[in-house]
Design a protein around this ligand. Structure first.
Ligand code: ADP
Ligand code: ADP
Ligand code: MG
Length: 684
């Protein structure tokens, strides 16, 4: 076995590979670009080597620098993860030439499967079923058009060198073909440096079902059953599951056999995935083979109980599959059901555009780290919730790499139990600071069609109206809206109370007890402005909103946790303040409320009462307008200091300062009346 391996990747997959290596007693080397110097995968490794600037083309795609890092650290082998150089046969060859083990298939197998057209020719010979189409060498537009006409519309034009959902065009009728071809070729040339295309029958409402295969250099090959990866956006997977809903034993065997035949046809070694497209009748066709560990491999680990990275390392070190499973295929069976949801830094409401930012707050469902866990019967007790993450709280999400930041994987005795678990786990996944798809995923796993297992690659489009509700649902009369606002106000009040308690000058805290003080807190949600009036009562607060009043008390628990007593209900939530934004995570929803400027707001609310009060506890450091001064709206009257910040209190309208009630240097509590103010009568 290897004593030290280098992981030529970043993010969650680098961390995931290191977890297994560590468990096996293998030391790890990370590589990193300047953008990743302080990232999680670097912190996890035994040692790490800088390989260049942020751009992937200058770092993670530089095989020369990675090979230099291998030599500098004395690593015996390289795990390429997925993406980057994982399917680059020249990289695998360079390592072989340098007598370093590439943890993956031989370069010849990568090459054979690298072009979708060439792979289809090979598969045709191996009698693996293909989507009807054209995958020849001729590329003249008129010939391709003729082929498309023969296949029958709709057709899909695909870049032979394509990947990651790029370089594909659906053509629904003959007169659109030539233009679509040109645009597909342009994209293929730009993304993959190769404009060779193939044409396939476009399968309607298809399912993406893939088979995990594993082979060793001793002639053994098995399949570890299927994964259903039909739930996609922009031809990219976001939720995967195993086994596939509705799969029959006979079809599973047929697909498994076809996948193993595909692997054998190219002399495969290690972990690989054969992707099929299945039509509504269940007929399946070869699409492509990914010659690496797949993003969604954990769902297979969950239902089989095996650690596929461990197998990769052992097979690459020369062990036989029979060392792990003496009875090979016979020894493999499926237990339970598993889902994976990919957590992306992206904006589902804006066409799933990638997002960047810094993760200010990260709370994750309780998880047990994945470990191989077989009992004497060869069965296992997988941990029900697993998180493969590449980030920690405080980490930046940069624009340089893929926006996938974590994967949430669950297991249950059957699909229904696994579904309940992923719904609950998503509820506990809280990210603040960067736009992300957690809420969207929550809606997706709660969707009826998805819950029924009625999945196909057009599911998100089909369910558009339900998945993208056009209002934010914040109806004033809804209990959920009121609770959300109560939480936001409670966070504001709790933070102020905490600040006041930390302040040694805060001896006058009971000062306001005999007065009623009201303030307005204005919170803006996506579509609505909410004005909440908070009344300070003797034993708590009263929450006034849209004509109804509710008693409010709260306790702040560890971190961002809060518990409120709201009328007759006690509710808990995670409430995070980030600048002027309040993030309320309650009952499976993440709502963002923007706090309108407190000072301006309390000033505005107090115009009618003729009192100006302290919006927060603090010290009076300047008085700009003495009693009797006539001022215009916006004139600075007083300056307070709190939390090392100055806040200027301005005239809420034109008027006269009737009386200033404190002197410079005085410490005042929140809500203390500072100035009596007479607003001028509105003219005109
Ligand atoms: P990539 O290399 O980008 O992964 P694939 O060939 O695996 O490309 O296709 C990606 C996705 O595109 C599939 O998962 C499926 O949703 C869709 N797709 C591919 N081929 C077809 C087809 N013939 N008919 C319908 N959809 C297809
Ligand atoms: P899968 O079928 O496993 O989803 P993809 O072809 O979509 O395979 O790619 C796997 C993962 O690697 C995806 O998250 C994809 O965005 C990422 N990826 C693909 N190519 C690159 C690349 N050049 N650099 C970084 N990440 C990449
Ligand atoms: Mg694919």
């Amino acid at each position: 076995m290897f004593s030290k391996i280098l992981i030529a990747n970043r993010g969650e997959i680098a961390c995931r590979v290191m977890t297994t290596a560590r468990r096996m007693g293998i030391r790890t080397v990370a590589v990193y670009s300047d953008a990743d110097a302080n990232s999680r995968h670097v912190a996890m490794a035994d040692e790490a080597v800088r390989i260049g600037p942020a751009a992937a083309s200058e770092s993670y795609l530089r095989s020369d620098r990675i090979v230099a890092a291998v030599h500098a650290t004395g690593a015996d082998a390289v795990h390429p993860g997925y993406g980057f150089l994982s399917e680059n046969d020249a990289f695998a060859q360079t390592l072989a030439d340098a007598k370093v083990t590439f943890i993956g298939p031989p370069p010849s197998a990568i090459r054979a499967m690298g072009s979708k057209s060439e792979a289809k020719k090979l598969m045709e010979r191996a009698k693996v079923p293909l989507v009807p189409g054209y995958h020849g060498d001729q590329q003249q537009p008129d010939l391709l058009l003729k082929e498309a006409n023969r296949i029958g519309y709709p057709v899909l034009i695909k870049a032979s060198a394509g990947g990651g959902g790029k370089g594909m065009r659906v053509v629904t009728q003959r007169d659109e073909f030539i233009a679509a071809l040109a645009s597909c070729q342009r994209e293929a040339k730009a993304s993959f440096g190769d404009d060779h295309v193939l044409i396939e029958k476009y399968v309607q409402r298809p399912r993406h079902i893939e088979i995990q295969v594993f082979a060793d250099r001793h002639g053994n090959a098995v399949n570890l059953f299927e994964r259903d990866c039909s739930v996609q956006r922009r031809h990219q997977k976001i939720i995967e599951e195993a086994p596939a809903p509705g799969m029959t034993a006979a079809r599973r065997r047929a697909m498994g056999d076809a996948a193993v035949a595909a692997a054998k046809a190219v002399g495969y070694e290690g972990a690989g995935t054969v992707e099929f497209i299945a039509d509504q009748a269940g007929e399946f066709f070869f699409m492509e083979m990914n010659t690496r560990l797949q993003v969604e491999h954990p769902v297979t680990e969950m239902i089989t109980g095996y650690d596929l990275v461990e197998w990769q390392l052992r097979v690459a070190a020369g062990e036989a599959l029979t060392d792990m499973i003496p009875d090979l295929q016979e020894q493999l069976s499926i237990r339970g059901h598993s889902f994976e949801a990919r957590i992306y830094a992206e904006n589902p409401d804006k066409g799933f555009l990638p997002a960047t930012g810094r993760i200010l707050h990260l709370a994750q469902p309780a998880a047990v780290e994945f470990r191989r866990n077989h009992d004497d019967n060869g069965f296992h007790d997988p941990s029900p919730v697993r998180i493969d993450a590449g980030v920690r709280a405080g980490d930046p999400i940069t624009p340089h790499y893929d926006p996938m930041i974590a994967k949430l994987i669950v297991w249950g005795e059957d699909r229904t139990h696994a579904l309940a678990r992923i719904q609950a786990a998503l509820t506990d996944f809280h990210i603040v600071g960067v736009a992300n798809n957690v809420d969207f995923l929550s809606r997706l796993v709660a969707n009826d069609a998805f819950a029924r297992g009625d999945v196909h690659t057009g599911l998100i489009e089909q369910e558009r109206e339900r998945l993208f509700p056009d209002s934010d649902g914040d109806e004033p009369q809804l209990p959920a809206t009121r609770a959300m606002l109560a939480f936001a106000c409670a966070r504001v009040l709790a933070d102020e109370t905490r600040r006041a308690a930390a302040d040694p000058w805060d001896s006058a805290h009971g000062w306001r007890l005999n007065t009623t003080y009201r303030r307005t807190i204005t919170l803006n949600s996506a579509a609505t402005v909410h004005d909440v009036v908070i009344e300070y009562a003797r034993d708590g607060y009263v929450f006034h909103y849209e004509g109804a009043s509710t008693a409010l008390a709260f306790t702040a628990t560890a971190g961002s946790g809060m518990s409120i007593r709201f009328g007759e209900h006690t509710l808990t939530a995670d409430v995070v303040r980030a600048g002027d934004e309040l993030h309320v995570f309650h009952n499976g929803r993440h709502r963002v409320l923007a706090l309108a400027d407190i000072i301006a707001q309390s000033a505005a609310a107090e115009v009618e009462t003729g009192r100006l009060t302290a919006p927060m506890p603090g010290k009076l450091i300047a008085i700009h307008a003495a009693s009797g001064t006539r001022v215009e709206r916006g004139t600075p009257l007083l300056v307070m200091e709190a939390m090392k910040m100055e806040h200027t209190i301005v005239a809420p309208s034109d008027g006269v300062v009737s009386e200033v009630l404190y002197a410079v240097g005085d410490q005042v509590v929140e809500g203390a009346e500072l100035v009596r103010f007479a607003a001028a009568a509105a003219s005109g």
